[in-house]
Design a protein around this ligand. Structure first.
Ligand code: DC
Length: 213
C-alpha cells in the first residue's frame, strides 16, 4: 500500500503521516527531511546557494538515511540540525533544482518499492508515486499554520516572532507553488483535507477512514 500526503509548509503533514504510519503499521518517509539534509550539506561545505553545479555535486555525494524519527547525513544524526530557520530558508534554493530532485525522487521510489509506505512532501501524489493507492492534500490557513509552527518552535526556544514565521510561510508557499520543477500541486485524484478547524487526531482519523472505506 502506498499513501501520498502533499500540502504546504506547516499543514501538519509530518505529524499526521507519522501517526497514520503507526496506526497502520507501515513505513513513514519524510521527504522534506531529505531536501533539508542536502541543504545542510551545502551549508557545511560552504558552497554558494547560487551555485547549482556545486549543489548538484554535493547532493550526489550525500548519504541520507531516515530511521525511527531520526535523520542521518553521512552517518551523523542531523535530526535537529536540519530544522533551523536557516536550513528552512535555504531549502527553497535547493528544492527547485531538477537534478537534485531527480536524485532524491529516485531514492524515495527505491525506499517505497515492495513495502507499504506513507510519504509526505510536495510532489508525492503528482511525481514520486503517481500510482499511489491513496492521495491526500492537506491544507490549512496560512495564519493558523504560522501559529502552529510558532508554538512548536517556541517550545524548543526560538527568537523568531509569529510575524516572521507567518511571512516565511507565505514566501515558502509561493516558492513551492511557483517553481518550474515539480511545483506543489494538488493531484487530480487527491482528497483535500482542510485542517484549519481540526486537531491532529481528527485529521489522522479522516485519513484512516478514507483508507478503510
Ligand atoms: O516539508 P518541509 O517543510 O520539511 O520541506 C522542506 C522544504 O523542502 C520545503 O521548502 C519544500 C521542499 N520539499 C519539496 O520541494 N519536495 C518535497 N517532496 C518535500 C519538501
Amino acid at each position: 500500500m502506498q499513501i501520498a500526503i502533499d500540502g504546504p509548509a506547516g499543514a501538519g503533514k509530518s505529524t499526521i503521516a507519522k501517526l497514520v504510519a503507526k496506526k497502520l503499521g507501515i513505513t513513514y518517509l519524510d521527504t522534506g527531511a531529505m531536501y533539508r539534509a542536502v541543504t545542510l550539506a551545502v551549508m557545511r561545505q560552504g558552497a554558494d546557494f547560487s551555485d547549482s553545479a556545486a549543489m548538484i555535486r554535493i547532493a550526489g555525494e550525500c548519504d541520507i538515511a531516515l530511521s525511527d524519527d531520526h535523520v542521518f547525513l553521512n552517518g551523523e544524526d542531523v535530526t535537529d540540525a536540519i530544522r533551523t530557520p536557516e536550513v528552512s530558508k535555504h531549502t527553497s534554493d535547493v528544492a527547485p533544482i531538477a537534478e537534485i530532485r531527480d536524485i532524491l525522487v529516485e531514492e524515495q521510489r527505491r525506499i517505497a518499492e515492495g513495502t507499504s509506505v506513507i510519504m509526505d512532501g510536495r510532489d508525492i501524489g503528482s511525481v514520486v508515486l503517481p500510482g499511489a493507492d491513496y492521495k491526500f492534500y492537506l491544507d490549512a490557513d496560512a495564519a493558523v499554520r504560522a501559529e502552529r509552527r510558532y508554538k512548536e518552535l517556541s517550545e524548543k526556544g526560538t527568537d523568531q516572532t509569529l510575524e516572521e514565521i507567518h511571512r516565511d510561510i507565505i514566501k515558502r508557499d509561493y516558492n513551492d507553488m511557483h517553481r518550474e520543477s515539480s511545483p506543489l500541486v494538488k493531484a487530480d485524484d487527491a482528497v483535500v483535507i482542510d485542517s484549519t478547524p481540526l486537531g491532529i487526531d481528527e485529521v489522522a482519523q479522516t485519513i484512516i477512514s478514507h483508507i478503510q472505506a
